[in-house]
Design a binder for this molecule. Sequence first.
Ligand SMILES: [Ca+2]
Length: 145
Amino acid sequence: MHASVRRLALVAGLGVLALCVVAEAAPRFQRAFVTKYPSAAKSRLDRCQTCHTATPPDLNPYGTALKAAHRAFGAIEKADSDQDGFANLVEIKALKLPGDASDKPGAASDSTRGDTTASAKRDSTAGARSDSSAKAPPDSVARRR
Ligand SMILES: [Ca+2]
């Protein structure tokens, strides 16, 4: 009887320890991510869902690739982990989720801001803040992507 109580306490203690390790791991990698990509600090990428699904600790495709690469961010920059047509680094620079295929540069979620041009097409006029409803720009070829 006494031994079973002790065993139960040990199991409970190990469970708490495991939870602490998981809870600490996420912020540590999150900090490493924004250290590697400073422009992502305090952005929509500075959160768990950059590497995890909506139910951590489950990993999304980017998190899975990162884990397989032994957390070497640079090693998977050219990969397209979520297979949405954009390399991970391109997505990170555009503040898009590299592990969510529905979130990508020029995706519908950004359409209200007139951001329909591919990041590669950006030129010196990209800084213009005019809304796209003012007049039809001659860059409609950018939509053919
Ligand atoms: Ca994506």
